[in-house]
Design a protein around this ligand. Structure first.
Ligand SMILES: [Zn+2]
Length: 410
């Protein structure tokens, strides 16, 4: 009786282990199949595509690949596969409401009403919406209170919260006053919650070192805000300190060529917005491999021609949404997915837009494991109905999302 019981327990344990091993194997290896895939690097459409995945990485990609036994198959049928979208300029811990008025009123309200905890919880909601819309990675550039972006990024990486891979800047470095218009001396004490205000090269150096210590993946700097501008010396020190730690620098520059020129000469990694940029600065950007991150709004044609001028000068474009107003009834991700039409309207080809939504921002972030569906990269895969090479608007209807080998939407 005793022996029998022991044998039974052993047998039971062995079979339980076997079942566990089987499950392990089937969930570790996945094949995703679809009618076609766009190789964003070559621009080729790959028919009857099979992507083999082991754990979180792609192990094979091609037409009609043989699928080994014991691999879990996700057959998506009549859809087009693409690498997960990358938004090169987001603010996932930052939301304005038209009912509160303009940017300035919203900025003040947000600063006094939402501390890091509330900002992080807002981020939880917005991050989920982004991932479900097909954005598997974002570069989040400030306006996130003190290190709330770090908390959200880490919670996502831990699997505690659902969202895209986040590459975050912590507080943006800025001239005194940040992006706030005139406030009372008492209120000025609060501005450091939103911006690391720097005045002089040593303060700039210290702010970058603080961001690195806090865990930033990149540095965001507001070169100009109204008539307040950082100096070439301050910008040089910021880039020097960031590059020593291998962090890219994103520079907000608007209002003529001056701020963009200071940023380009300092050797930043990307210039954000740059609505009024000239050929002179674009040529320096091309020479130094500085990305343009346009954050254009559909229907605004005033600055559209710079996109074509940038491409002509040989500047690589990484598209960023910079969307932070609430659109009732839509998630942040749904609103952001609508931005790609803007760039086709500005004269980019569909393939150029797809690269600016995947490959280019991956290079800008400096991560060689994302941005394209190739062997060795992370399994960040989305599917759309229709063909984005002929209709970019299909990106607004992502039907399947896999991030890091895990399915989030099907
Ligand atoms: Zn922004």
């Amino acid at each position: 009786m005793h022996l029998k019981a022991t044998a039974f327990i052993l047998l039971f344990t062995a079979s339980a282990l076997f079942v566990k091993a089987q499950n392990q194997r089937s969930s570790d290896k996945i094949a995703v199949t679809a009618k076609q895939m766009i190789d964003v690097r070559s621009g080729k459409e790959i028919p009857n595509v099979v992507i083999l995945i082991e754990k979180n990485k792609i192990t094979a990609v091609g037409s009609n690949l043989k699928i080994p036994d014991s691999v879990q198959i996700i057959a998506l049928g009549d859809v087009t596969l693409l690498p997960g979208l990358i938004d090169a300029h987001t603010h996932l811990l930052h939301q304005y409401y038209t009912k509160y008025g303009d940017d300035n009123s919203n900025r003040l309200l947000e600063m006094v009403q939402l501390g890091p905890a509330k900002r992080a919880l807002l981020g939880v909601k917005l991050a989920r919406g982004m991932l479900e819309a097909g954005f598997t990675t974002v570069r989040d550039l400030g306006n996130s209170s003190i290190n709330a972006d770090i908390a959200l990024r880490d919670a996502i990486n831990n699997g505690d919260v659902i969202g895209p891979r986040m590459f975050v800047s912590t507080r943006a470095l800025a001239p005194v006053g940040g992006q706030f218009q005139s406030v009372t001396p008492e209120a000025q004490q609060l501005l450091n919650q939103e911006y690391a205000q720097v005045s002089g090269a040593e303060e700039a150096r210290k702010a970058v070192r603080q961001a690195i210590y806090d865990g930033a993946d990149c540095i965001k700097v507001i070169v100009n805000s109204g008539s307040r501008r950082l100096s070439p010396e301050e910008m040089k020190v910021i880039v020097e300190e960031a590059k020593r730690a291998n962090l890219p620098v994103a520079a907000h520059a608007t209002d003529g060529d001056g701020p963009a020129m200071i940023a380009a000469e300092a050797g930043v990694s990307s210039i954000e917005h740059a609505y009024t940029i000239s050929e002179t600065v674009l040529n320096i950007m091309a020479k130094k491999n500085i990305f343009l991150v346009p954050t254009d709004v559909l229907g605004v044609t005033k600055y559209q021609d710079r996109i074509k001028r940038a491409l002509k000068a040989g500047v690589r474009v990484a598209i960023g949404s910079d969307i932070y107003y609430e659109f009732p009834g839509k998630t942040r991700g749904q609103v952001c997915a609508g931005m790609y039409k803007t760039y086709v309207a500005a004269g980019m080809t569909n393939l150029e837009v797809l690269r600016a939504a995947t490959l280019n921002p991956a290079d800008l972030i400096g991560n060689s494991s994302i941005g394209v569906l190739e062997v060795g990269r992370f399994a960040d895969i989305i599917a759309v109905k229709g063909n984005p090479m002929t209709d970019i608007a299909v990106l607004e209807g992502v039907v399947f999302v896999m991030k890091d080998g895990k399915v989030y939407k099907q």
